[in-house]
Each structure stands twice: as C-alpha cells, then as structure tokens.
Design a protein around this ligand. Sequence first.
Ligand SMILES: C[S@@+](CC[C@H](N)C(=O)[O-])C[C@H]1O[C@@H](n2cnc3c(N)ncnc32)[C@H](O)[C@@H]1O
Length: 244
Amino acid sequence: MGTFDPRLFGARWADTYDEWSADIMDDKGAVDALADLAEGGPVLEFGVGTGRLAVPLAERGVEIVGVDISPEMLAKLREKTSAVTIVEADMTTVSLEREFSLAFIAFNSIFVLTTQEDQVTLFRNAAAHLRPGGRFVLETVVVDPPSPDRGKMAVVQVEEDRLILAGGLIDRATSLYTGTWVAMEPTGTKFYPISGRHVTHHEMDLMARLAGLELEHRWADWHGGAFGPKSELHVSIYRKPLSP
Ligand SMILES: C[S@@+](CC[C@H](N)C(=O)[O-])C[C@H]1O[C@@H](n2cnc3c(N)ncnc32)[C@H](O)[C@@H]1O
C-alpha cells in the first residue's frame, strides 16, 4: 500500500458520493457496453463503491461481484440491492477462487492505487480472475503531462450557502496526485480527499502485458468511439488469450 489510507476516500465521500457523481459519467453507455462485453458471463467490479454501475448491471440480470475496501461505500450499496455480491477487501490482493468473463474498474478508479506496484498487481489480479478469452476493462481520463505549475484549482459548485472548490497538486517524480474537494457551508468546512497515482494508457498497456493480457480495443467513449489525439477519456479493453 502507498502513502494514503485507502479507506479515507470512502469514509469521507460515502454520504455525498451519489449526489455529487450523478450525471457526470455516461452510466447508461457504460452499463450497455459492459453487459455486451461480458457475453452473458459473470462480472467482477473492482472498487464497486456505492454501485453506480453494478446496481443497473445486476438489474439487467448480469451476475456481478463487487469488491471495495470501504465499509461506508459498501453500506450504501447494501441499502440499494441484494443482487450484487459484495466483498469487502483490497482489490489488489483479493482472491475469489473463481473465474469471470469480465472484470472492470471504472471512473478513474485505478488511480486510487498510489504506487505503480499496486497498479501492476491489480492487472495481475484481474488476469488471475479471468477465464481464457475474458476481458479486463478500464475507464479513465486521458492523463496529460503535469502542467508547469503542477497545480489545479476549480470551482465545482456555488450555492448561496455552499461553495465547493477542488484543488490538487501532482508530484512529477511519482505521478502521485494529492487533491481534495473542500465544501464550505455556514455549519463548517469539510474536506473530501481525492488522491492517487495518475497512469497513462501507454503505461497501462505495459501493465497489461506484464499480466499476460492483450489490448483488444481502445475507445474514446462507451459507444466504441474512435480514440484519437483529441480524446479526453479512454475505455481500454484487454483480453486474456484463449491459450496461455
Ligand atoms: C472513485 S470511487 C468509484 C466507485 C464506483 N466504481 C463508481 O464508478 O462510481 C473508487 C472506489 O475505490 C475504492 N477503493 C480504494 N482503494 C481500494 C482498494 N485498495 N481496494 C478496493 N477498493 C478500493 C474506494 O473505496 C471507492 O469506493
């Protein structure tokens, strides 16, 4: 494990996660694509959180197991459904002793792992849980080289009694991003940490090779859009070879 406490994200974000993540991502496109890529087989989601994608996948009849390290995030998921099999564990080390048609990690969640070693271990663990021909799918923003001042600050939300700012700094030596959302309200200020290691799609391709996986597709969105120089998001689909 790296520098940060991996349970801190969930402990701080669980109560507001669904409200603040609503309508940011293409949930419907993701669910449609993931259901197709699973080809009717069982699915494993790493960093399942409150079940933004796992719940609608389960509602479509997909058998899904969700792994997450945060009891607070998983408590929110449990309130919604019993159709997702929930495993509270570290996704880099969890061993479920069964194979899946599809494993996935969405919404930049590979970044929550704060070292290259943990990220490589996740690729290996995904591969260990795939049947021959099974797929590992990741969705992240396209990572830009760190800007010269290395820092970013944004206004996320302004209401009369609430101001949410997001700020962060990237360490060029490690690609470690240390950031937080800060919500200021008359009752006080709360911090919502959002830190992790940024990893490019190029580095992911090497991690996949180390894990014995092959790049099958790279899309610019969940609809199979062509990936190119202007893409801001990537959906990368790796496949475990049919024979070793
Ligand atoms: C950005 S949230 C994504 C949640 C959900 N997949 C979604 O798309 O809305 C990342 C999740 O990863 C979980 N997480 C962080 N480190 C983890 C680890 N080492 N093992 C398993 N889950 C982890 C957090 O608790 C959090 O729920």
